[in-house]
Write a protein that binds this ligand. Sequence first.
Ligand SMILES: [Zn+2]
Length: 65
Amino acid sequence: MICPVCGGREIGKVGVEQYYCWECCVEFNSNTDNVVVYNLEEDGSLVAWEEFYAETPETAQAFAE
Ligand SMILES: [Zn+2]
């Protein structure tokens, strides 16, 4: 198991198929088909990176127009 973001090996298990990277301080799951990375916010909540990706097509479209 390595971190999908930084490739680091300082990985801690925090739940079922849920891991934490000490190198870049993100959580991620171990589903190989669709790895989801989460930012750990200061209040302890998890924010999936997918939400940030979802903004990308809109931004790209804005540039195209
Ligand atoms: Zn990492």
